[in-house]
Design a protein around this ligand. Structure first.
Ligand code: ADP
Ligand code: MG
Length: 247
Protein backbone atom coordinates (compact mmCIF):
# COMPACT_ATOMS: atom_id res chain seq x y z
CA UNK A 1 0.00 0.00 0.00
CA UNK A 2 1.20 3.45 -0.86
CA UNK A 3 1.86 5.65 2.18
CA UNK A 4 3.21 8.74 0.45
CA UNK A 5 2.96 9.92 -3.11
CA UNK A 6 5.61 12.33 -4.36
CA UNK A 7 4.56 14.07 -7.58
CA UNK A 8 6.52 16.42 -9.79
CA UNK A 9 8.76 17.81 -7.07
CA UNK A 10 11.27 20.42 -8.25
CA UNK A 11 13.46 22.77 -6.26
CA UNK A 12 15.80 25.57 -7.24
CA UNK A 13 17.88 27.52 -4.73
CA UNK A 14 18.43 31.17 -5.45
CA UNK A 15 21.56 32.67 -4.01
CA UNK A 16 22.79 36.23 -4.59
CA UNK A 17 25.25 34.99 -7.21
CA UNK A 18 23.57 32.03 -8.88
CA UNK A 19 20.71 29.61 -9.21
CA UNK A 20 21.18 26.00 -8.21
CA UNK A 21 18.65 23.53 -9.54
CA UNK A 22 18.67 20.89 -6.82
CA UNK A 23 15.76 18.64 -7.83
CA UNK A 24 14.08 18.25 -11.19
CA UNK A 25 10.63 16.70 -11.40
CA UNK A 26 10.75 13.76 -9.02
CA UNK A 27 7.92 11.25 -9.04
CA UNK A 28 7.84 8.22 -6.76
CA UNK A 29 5.90 6.50 -4.00
CA UNK A 30 6.86 5.47 -0.50
CA UNK A 31 5.16 2.19 0.31
CA UNK A 32 3.97 1.23 3.74
CA UNK A 33 6.49 -0.84 5.73
CA UNK A 34 9.32 -0.67 3.22
CA UNK A 35 12.85 0.61 3.60
CA UNK A 36 13.31 2.86 0.59
CA UNK A 37 16.93 3.62 -0.19
CA UNK A 38 17.89 6.77 -2.06
CA UNK A 39 21.38 6.93 -3.52
CA UNK A 40 23.16 9.56 -5.56
CA UNK A 41 26.37 11.53 -5.60
CA UNK A 42 27.10 14.33 -3.18
CA UNK A 43 25.15 17.49 -3.99
CA UNK A 44 22.45 15.79 -6.08
CA UNK A 45 19.69 16.96 -3.75
CA UNK A 46 19.16 14.05 -1.34
CA UNK A 47 19.01 16.16 1.84
CA UNK A 48 16.90 18.73 0.03
CA UNK A 49 14.40 15.99 -0.79
CA UNK A 50 14.10 14.95 2.87
CA UNK A 51 13.74 18.57 3.94
CA UNK A 52 10.87 18.90 1.48
CA UNK A 53 9.25 15.68 2.72
CA UNK A 54 9.30 17.07 6.27
CA UNK A 55 8.12 20.49 5.18
CA UNK A 56 11.28 22.18 6.44
CA UNK A 57 11.69 23.47 2.91
CA UNK A 58 9.11 24.20 0.25
CA UNK A 59 9.32 22.74 -3.22
CA UNK A 60 8.79 25.10 -6.15
CA UNK A 61 6.40 22.73 -7.85
CA UNK A 62 4.65 19.45 -7.22
CA UNK A 63 2.90 17.86 -4.32
CA UNK A 64 3.33 15.33 -1.56
CA UNK A 65 0.24 13.48 -0.43
CA UNK A 66 -0.23 10.71 2.09
CA UNK A 67 -2.87 8.04 2.45
CA UNK A 68 -3.18 8.59 6.21
CA UNK A 69 -1.96 10.95 8.88
CA UNK A 70 1.75 10.65 9.33
CA UNK A 71 4.18 11.40 12.13
CA UNK A 72 7.67 11.88 10.75
CA UNK A 73 10.80 10.94 12.63
CA UNK A 74 13.69 12.73 10.95
CA UNK A 75 17.32 12.01 11.70
CA UNK A 76 19.12 14.76 9.87
CA UNK A 77 22.62 14.56 8.48
CA UNK A 78 25.01 15.66 11.29
CA UNK A 79 22.18 15.38 13.77
CA UNK A 80 24.49 14.87 16.73
CA UNK A 81 23.60 14.23 20.34
CA UNK A 82 23.94 17.21 22.64
CA UNK A 83 27.21 16.67 24.55
CA UNK A 84 25.99 18.44 27.69
CA UNK A 85 22.99 16.13 28.09
CA UNK A 86 23.25 12.56 29.31
CA UNK A 87 21.91 9.60 27.32
CA UNK A 88 18.49 9.77 28.92
CA UNK A 89 18.01 13.50 28.42
CA UNK A 90 19.17 13.18 24.82
CA UNK A 91 16.73 10.32 24.27
CA UNK A 92 13.74 12.31 25.57
CA UNK A 93 14.70 15.57 23.87
CA UNK A 94 12.18 15.15 21.04
CA UNK A 95 9.39 14.44 23.52
CA UNK A 96 10.33 17.56 25.49
CA UNK A 97 10.40 19.76 22.39
CA UNK A 98 6.97 18.48 21.41
CA UNK A 99 5.80 18.83 25.03
CA UNK A 100 4.63 15.22 25.13
CA UNK A 101 6.66 13.82 28.04
CA UNK A 102 3.72 11.74 29.21
CA UNK A 103 4.17 8.78 31.55
CA UNK A 104 3.43 6.48 28.64
CA UNK A 105 5.97 8.08 26.34
CA UNK A 106 8.67 8.10 29.02
CA UNK A 107 8.01 4.42 29.70
CA UNK A 108 8.33 3.78 25.97
CA UNK A 109 11.78 5.44 25.97
CA UNK A 110 12.81 3.31 28.96
CA UNK A 111 11.74 0.26 27.00
CA UNK A 112 13.69 1.28 23.93
CA UNK A 113 16.79 2.00 26.02
CA UNK A 114 16.51 -1.39 27.73
CA UNK A 115 15.82 -3.25 24.54
CA UNK A 116 18.76 -1.76 22.71
CA UNK A 117 21.27 -2.13 25.52
CA UNK A 118 21.52 1.48 26.61
CA UNK A 119 19.54 1.58 29.82
CA UNK A 120 22.53 1.06 32.06
CA UNK A 121 24.24 3.93 30.27
CA UNK A 122 21.39 6.38 30.72
CA UNK A 123 23.37 8.65 33.03
CA UNK A 124 26.48 8.65 30.83
CA UNK A 125 27.36 11.50 28.51
CA UNK A 126 27.72 11.03 24.73
CA UNK A 127 31.51 11.48 24.83
CA UNK A 128 31.95 8.31 26.84
CA UNK A 129 29.98 6.17 24.35
CA UNK A 130 31.13 4.38 21.21
CA UNK A 131 30.04 5.76 17.84
CA UNK A 132 27.60 2.90 17.44
CA UNK A 133 26.02 3.54 20.84
CA UNK A 134 25.64 7.24 20.08
CA UNK A 135 23.91 6.31 16.85
CA UNK A 136 21.49 4.08 18.71
CA UNK A 137 20.70 6.87 21.18
CA UNK A 138 20.03 9.23 18.28
CA UNK A 139 17.73 6.64 16.74
CA UNK A 140 15.87 6.13 20.03
CA UNK A 141 15.45 9.91 20.32
CA UNK A 142 13.85 9.84 16.86
CA UNK A 143 11.69 6.79 17.64
CA UNK A 144 10.51 8.21 20.98
CA UNK A 145 7.86 10.33 19.29
CA UNK A 146 6.49 7.12 17.71
CA UNK A 147 6.78 8.14 14.09
CA UNK A 148 5.08 6.06 11.43
CA UNK A 149 7.70 7.11 8.94
CA UNK A 150 11.41 7.41 9.55
CA UNK A 151 13.70 9.59 7.44
CA UNK A 152 17.38 8.83 7.87
CA UNK A 153 19.92 11.10 6.18
CA UNK A 154 23.30 9.36 5.86
CA UNK A 155 22.95 7.93 9.37
CA UNK A 156 26.20 5.97 9.30
CA UNK A 157 28.49 8.31 7.43
CA UNK A 158 30.47 9.36 10.48
CA UNK A 159 31.22 5.81 11.59
CA UNK A 160 34.19 3.70 10.55
CA UNK A 161 33.41 0.76 8.25
CA UNK A 162 33.33 -1.93 10.96
CA UNK A 163 30.94 -0.03 13.23
CA UNK A 164 28.94 0.88 10.16
CA UNK A 165 28.20 -2.74 9.40
CA UNK A 166 27.40 -3.63 13.01
CA UNK A 167 25.14 -0.64 13.55
CA UNK A 168 23.45 -1.28 10.17
CA UNK A 169 22.46 -4.70 11.49
CA UNK A 170 21.17 -3.16 14.74
CA UNK A 171 19.24 -0.41 13.04
CA UNK A 172 17.80 -2.82 10.46
CA UNK A 173 16.52 -5.12 13.21
CA UNK A 174 14.93 -2.20 15.07
CA UNK A 175 13.21 -0.86 11.95
CA UNK A 176 11.95 -4.25 10.79
CA UNK A 177 10.78 -5.20 14.27
CA UNK A 178 8.73 -2.01 14.50
CA UNK A 179 7.68 -2.41 10.85
CA UNK A 180 8.24 1.27 10.36
CA UNK A 181 8.30 2.78 6.87
CA UNK A 182 11.77 4.22 6.29
CA UNK A 183 13.53 6.41 3.77
CA UNK A 184 17.26 5.90 3.97
CA UNK A 185 19.58 8.34 2.25
CA UNK A 186 23.08 7.16 1.51
CA UNK A 187 25.85 7.79 -0.97
CA UNK A 188 27.20 4.31 -0.21
CA UNK A 189 25.66 1.92 -2.74
CA UNK A 190 26.60 -1.23 -0.82
CA UNK A 191 25.11 0.10 2.38
CA UNK A 192 21.92 1.04 0.60
CA UNK A 193 21.53 -2.38 -1.03
CA UNK A 194 22.23 -4.16 2.25
CA UNK A 195 19.42 -2.28 4.02
CA UNK A 196 16.79 -1.38 1.44
CA UNK A 197 13.76 -3.13 -0.01
CA UNK A 198 13.75 -0.74 -2.94
CA UNK A 199 16.31 1.76 -4.20
CA UNK A 200 15.88 5.01 -6.08
CA UNK A 201 19.01 6.08 -7.93
CA UNK A 202 19.29 9.82 -8.54
CA UNK A 203 21.35 11.43 -11.26
CA UNK A 204 23.96 14.02 -10.40
CA UNK A 205 22.62 17.54 -9.86
CA UNK A 206 19.97 18.46 -10.72
CA UNK A 207 18.67 15.30 -9.09
CA UNK A 208 16.30 13.33 -11.32
CA UNK A 209 15.27 9.73 -11.00
CA UNK A 210 17.64 7.56 -13.00
CA UNK A 211 16.27 4.16 -12.00
CA UNK A 212 14.25 2.40 -9.34
CA UNK A 213 15.18 -1.14 -8.26
CA UNK A 214 13.47 -3.79 -6.18
CA UNK A 215 16.03 -5.43 -3.93
CA UNK A 216 15.20 -9.09 -4.09
CA UNK A 217 17.14 -10.38 -1.13
CA UNK A 218 15.57 -12.51 1.58
CA UNK A 219 13.90 -10.19 4.08
CA UNK A 220 14.75 -12.39 7.01
CA UNK A 221 18.46 -11.84 6.78
CA UNK A 222 20.37 -8.94 8.26
CA UNK A 223 22.40 -6.42 6.22
CA UNK A 224 25.80 -8.03 6.92
CA UNK A 225 24.43 -11.34 5.58
CA UNK A 226 22.61 -9.70 2.68
CA UNK A 227 25.99 -8.46 1.50
CA UNK A 228 26.96 -12.08 0.80
CA UNK A 229 24.15 -12.79 -1.63
CA UNK A 230 24.86 -13.16 -5.31
CA UNK A 231 22.17 -10.68 -6.19
CA UNK A 232 23.90 -8.08 -4.02
CA UNK A 233 26.95 -7.96 -6.29
CA UNK A 234 24.85 -7.94 -9.41
CA UNK A 235 22.76 -5.00 -8.23
CA UNK A 236 25.87 -3.22 -6.96
CA UNK A 237 27.38 -3.32 -10.43
CA UNK A 238 24.17 -2.17 -12.05
CA UNK A 239 23.79 0.82 -9.73
CA UNK A 240 27.51 1.61 -9.95
CA UNK A 241 26.97 1.92 -13.68
CA UNK A 242 23.98 4.22 -13.12
CA UNK A 243 25.79 6.69 -10.92
CA UNK A 244 27.46 9.65 -12.56
CA UNK A 245 30.81 9.35 -10.88
CA UNK A 246 32.72 12.54 -10.39
CA UNK A 247 36.22 11.97 -11.72
P1 ADP B 1 23.02 16.06 -1.07
O1 ADP B 1 22.33 15.86 0.23
O2 ADP B 1 22.59 15.10 -2.14
O3 ADP B 1 24.51 16.05 -0.93
P2 ADP B 1 21.82 18.71 -0.94
O4 ADP B 1 20.37 18.44 -1.00
O5 ADP B 1 22.39 19.02 0.39
O6 ADP B 1 22.62 17.50 -1.63
O7 ADP B 1 22.15 19.92 -1.90
C1 ADP B 1 21.79 19.93 -3.28
C2 ADP B 1 22.38 21.16 -3.93
O8 ADP B 1 21.70 22.32 -3.46
C3 ADP B 1 23.85 21.39 -3.63
O9 ADP B 1 24.47 21.92 -4.77
C4 ADP B 1 23.83 22.38 -2.50
O10 ADP B 1 25.00 23.16 -2.51
C5 ADP B 1 22.61 23.21 -2.85
N1 ADP B 1 21.97 23.75 -1.64
C6 ADP B 1 21.48 23.04 -0.59
N2 ADP B 1 20.92 23.85 0.32
C7 ADP B 1 21.05 25.11 -0.15
C8 ADP B 1 20.66 26.41 0.33
N3 ADP B 1 20.01 26.56 1.47
N4 ADP B 1 20.98 27.48 -0.44
C9 ADP B 1 21.60 27.35 -1.63
N5 ADP B 1 21.99 26.15 -2.13
C10 ADP B 1 21.72 25.06 -1.41
MG1 MG C 1 23.06 15.50 2.12
Amino acid sequence: MILINVSNISKTYHTPTKEVIALDDLNFTINEGEILGIVGTSGCGKSTLLNILTNLEKSDRGSITSSKSIVIGYMMQNDALLPWLNVYDNAILGLKLKKITTKDNLAYVDNLLKKYGLYEFKNEYPNSLSGGMRQRVALIRTLAIRPNILLLDEPFSKLDIDSRITISDDVYKIIKELGITTVLISHDIAESISLSDRIIVLTKRPGKIKNIYEVNINEETIPSKRRNSEYFLELYQTIWGDIDHVS
